[in-house]
Design a protein around this ligand. Structure first.
Ligand code: MLT
Length: 234
């Protein structure tokens, strides 16, 4: 039976052999939610960078640069990390170079995987369908916060496990824990997350509307995936 596991922090990646797995990278607040929104609004590609300077250099090659550190837009970048900066076809046909505190670091750490896809609540059903139909065992990689576990990515992992539990075997206790947490939270995820560290951080930066938006389930159908180091959705 195909299996599913959850890596609760990118720091735990060395424990997993991903060479035969489909990895789902998730950073609900806000990197992967932002990427999914960008593709749904017509962006052509997103090149993820772990390093800020390398990302910024892409400006000279005609890329839109999108960057955030500690939730704040980085000086010199065209955009920050809010899904609202990627709406209304503002980015139609554009190539984006993207770097974030945790999300793009998690993608970097997942590069050895057989395949990498991008998950968020915004494209939850697309992710679940793809995993169900695919042949590979699955690992959900939660971006967390600077190596620490966070609640919102764990809830997303739990939602995926909950929908696939009858079809995929659970590899370890992390998927079980995530699923239990999701079942506790699903009635009111916004309330459940209100005390979480990154929600408090976003509140301090006055970006509460991003939080609410990123919890919207199935707003989009796109499924970004990594091809030769670049995210595309076709
Ligand atoms: C990240 O990658 O760490 C986040 O998306 C941070 C943020 O909210 O911008």
């Amino acid at each position: 039976m195909k299996t599913i596991d959850v890596c609760l922090s990118p720091e735990l990646m060395p424990l997993y052999d991903v060479s035969n797995r489909t990895v789902v990278v998730v950073d609900i607040l806000r990197a992967t939610s932002c990427m999914v929104t960008a593709f749904a609004n017509g962006v052509e590609s997103i090149t993820p960078f772990a390093d800020l300077e390398q990302c910024l250099k892409m400006k000279t090659r005609g890329y839109i640069t999108s960057g955030e550190r500690d939730g704040k837009k980085v000086e010199g970048f065209d955009k920050g990390n809010s899904p609202f900066e990627y709406m209304d076809n503002q980015v139609l046909g554009m190539k984006v170079a993207f770097t974030t505190t945790n999300g793009t670091q998690a993608i970097e750490k997942s590069k050895e995987a057989k395949e990498v896809i991008i998950g968020s609540f915004l494209n939850l059903t697309s992710v679940v369908r793809y995993l169900l139909l695919g042949e590979n065992p699955v690992l959900i990689v939660c971006a967390g916060w600077k190596g620490r576990v966070n609640l919102e990515d764990t809830l997303f992992a739990g939602a995926v496990v909950d929908k696939l539990k009858d079809y995929l075997g659970l590899d370890c206790d992390a998927p079980l824990a995530a699923q239990h947490l999701y079942n506790l939270a699903k009635g009111d995820m916004s309330k459940f997350l209100s005390e979480s560290s990154h929600v408090k951080r976003l509140n301090r930066l006055n970006i509460y509307k991003d939080f609410e938006f990123c919890l919207t389930v199935d707003k989009y159908k796109v499924l970004p995936r990594l091809k030769n180091g670049v995210l595309v959705s076709h």
